[in-house]
Design a protein around this ligand. Structure first.
Ligand SMILES: [Zn+2]
Length: 364
């Protein structure tokens, strides 16, 4: 299993940390999974000779979901799409957050330029790409936003800018460990089905950016490799891939629930915003090009609004907390007010830092 230490950026970077909506992950059970068939509608994804990525993604997503529905009556399966329609990347994550999902699985098919012999399956989690190949995969998948009408949700992210990825790839989910766990299980099952195992990888995917639960992106194979396309386009191939995903989910669920059988829901106490120093957690819920004159009027209902300037825009935050759980509770409240993309961020010594850095600093 791959497990990387991630606390090596000493600098204060925007690290959008993606917290929970509610506390399902700390509950005892895996109750809801969101299955995301990549692309759709005008966004075909990668093109093969006889089929499209979007069609393979949807077929495997539906089969995978059907196995769960048949065999796990205690799990609710939510699909981001069940038909050939276009859905924004941010909306895919929002569907998972709104439904308080315990796991998010985005299904894709890869394609390479130049060569037609690349083969095998790989599974990604959000993180820093270690090589050009992974970066290229993320760029290709993120290019979907170029087809979106409104890209406000991405904080001016330019999917073609390598520099943007350097910042973006520092995003680390607080669920990275669990994401790596399910990713490893998926790869193990793919290998068991005889697929070439390209391993667990990391890169910056917009679709994984704001999900508030363990999240993976699966690349089933290469559509520009004729043999792989044929396999992925076949009933047998799609069944095998869906079964592999199902087996991995089954293992993940069983292990999670065994480890958490005595788990109790945490009691979260609101902490007063006073007496909080320069290191704290807060909830970012809006960005504006211009500073609003009255936050009370602009953001009615949101408590303890403050603002800071970052990356060319004014970012509005709610509350300051010395515990992450308290900030997550505030996040739920702010989201309930309609700011569905609200998320927890951390400040360390007055500068934007990572959640991990803030936790470590607050421990001292
Ligand atoms: Zn894709």
């Amino acid at each position: 299993m791959i497990e990387r230490k991630i606390s090596r950026f000493g600098v204060l970077f925007l690290v959008f940390l993606l917290p929970l909506f509610g506390f399902s992950q700390k509950g005892e059970k895996i109750q809801t999974i969101v299955i995301d068939a990549g692309h759709g509608g005008k966004d075909t994804g990668a093109l093969g000779k006889v089929t499209t990525e979007k069609a393979i993604n949807l077929a495997v997503a539906k089969k995978f979901g059907a196995y769960i529905e048949e065999n796990m009556p205690d799990v609710k399966v939510i699909y981001t799409r069940k038909t050939d329609k276009f859905i924004e990347l941010s909306e895919r994550a929002a569907i998972a957050n709104r439904n308080n999902a315990d796991l998010f699985v985005s299904i894709h098919v890869n394609s390479t330029e130049g060569t037609t012999t690349a083969n095998g399956a790989e599974t990604y989690v959000m993180g820093e790409s270690k090589n050009e190949k992974n970066l290229a995969v993320a760029k290709k998948e993120n290019a979907s936003i170029l087809l979106e009408d409104n890209t406000d949700a991405y904080d001016n992210f330019d999917p073609n800018s390598t520099e943007a990825y350097i910042l973006f790839s520092l995003s680390q989910s607080m669920y990275q460990k669990q994401s790596l766990d399910i990713a490893g299980k998926v790869q193990k099952q793919f290998a068991a089905k005889g697929r070439h195992d390209r391993g667990v990888q990391q890169a910056g995917f917009l679709v994984l950016w704001k999900t508030s639960m363990p999240s993976i992106l699966v690349e089933l194979g290469f559509i520009n490799n004729a043999k792989e396309e044929q396999f992925l386009n076949s009933e047998k191939g799609q069944t095998q891939m869906a079964l592999a995903l199902y087996r991995a989910f089954e293992d993940y669920k069983r292990e999670f629930e065994a480890e958490n059988h005595s788990g109790q829901k945490p009691v979260v106490q609101d902490q007063p915003a006073t007496n909080v120093g320069d290191t704290y957690f807060t909830v970012q819920f809006a960005s504006r090009d211009k500073k609003v004159s009255s936050t009370d009027k602009a953001f009615s209902g949101v408590k303890e609004v403050d603002v800071y300037h970052y990356n060319g825009a004014f970012r509005y935050i709610s509350g300051k907390f010395t515990s992450k759980d308290a900030a997550m509770k505030r996040q739920s409240e702010v989201r309930a007010l309609g700011y569905k993309d609200a998320f927890v961020v951390a400040f360390v010594n007055g500068e934007r830092g990572t959640i991990k850095q803030a936790e470590e600093a607050l421990k001292k």
